[in-house]
Design a protein around this ligand. Sequence first.
Ligand code: SF4
Length: 235
Amino acid sequence: MSSYNQEQYDALVMVRRYVAGLGDDEKAGLVVSLDEYLRFRQSVDDFLQTHFGSVCNQACYQSRLSACCSREGIVTFFADGVINVLLSTPQEIDRLAETLRQDDNGLKCVYLGRNGCLWRLKPIVCAMFLCDRAENGVFRERPALRRQWEAYREHKKRFTWPDRPVLFDNLEAVFIAAGRTSPLMYLHNSPGLIRVKQEALRRNKKAYKRSAVYNGLQGNAKQDERKRNKLENHG
Ligand code: SF4
């Protein structure tokens, strides 16, 4: 198994086990927290289907080129995986696990099956991807549509970019609080994103205090302070 597949597989198994161990109310609470995001995703899908459906169908699907799925290791956030597990049937999760255990899929994404993507709700990076050819073809004569698409890209940040409490960060925090970690938790692992969060916390502590990430951030700040003290005492 490639290291990419292994990371994805480990995260999938861990999320599946955790979700299976939740009580009905806890699981329902997590699913409810997805409402706004799922409405956003539906709106993006509708937009793409309306304006890009025929372009992509002709250029990629009929020819089975699926050019946007031909990267070897697509970036998935930990939260993408959690959301997908929460929405999937056990059979769908089995299929993902099985495909990750197989050897590589040539130059195609490992998740690309015979009938398309195997995810119930594909990763956000994929959902918002437009190739240059499609983008230029559709937007060239229609600047209002391009503006609408830019607005969608901005809106996406309300779920993924941690300059405020966001769903993708919260979902990671829930698992970390339960003692689970994964290299795919970029919102807790990436030094750049942690800095964005700490800056946001300084600006708006009130908003963060209501979110699941607050304790984690406080933990990070305390750790930083302890490290600083240690260094100073050492000197
Ligand atoms: S995860 Fe799905 S949509 Fe994304 S590249 Fe792979 S097959 Fe395509």
